[in-house]
Design a protein around this ligand. Sequence first.
Ligand SMILES: [Zn+2]
Length: 172
Amino acid sequence: MNIYKFCPLCKEKLVEKIEGGYQRFKCPQCGFVHYRNPAPTAGVLVVENNRVLLVKRRFEPYRGLWVMPSGYIEYEESASETAVREVEEETGVCVELDGIHAIESCFDDPRGNTVMILYRGHITGGNLEAGDDAEEVGFFAINNLPDIAFDLQKRILGKLKEEYISSADGDN
Ligand SMILES: [Zn+2]
């Protein structure tokens, strides 16, 4: 991941300082500190008839693997607005949110660490069609998912599968 080498405020070369065990880069001239924080993202888990809505990534990282529709929160957006917008851009369908499903950290995105706010949602309209940075879109059986990108998405979907299997066992 990229780290500033020069002060974005006054162009002075930044100097490495260790503070409380964390590596920081500070400007010796104006005092600017380059804090590194995970970027927030938002997405939606849509389940219909035990099938999960997924999109195939058109771009790197993890191009060709599948994810729940999600993306970076824009500065002026609320997390729920991002979630709804990303679903519409990537899958063509409109969703209404039904609450938060999970909040999970992501440490395997080469663009930088993120924190995802994942909502549950249901479809209210639109037509399923891949768009934006999705190459394909589709519903997949919870117990037969394609290759998933990102550890956090694997964790969340893996847990969903376990819950589905144990509830199906309970029905017998
Ligand atoms: Zn500076």
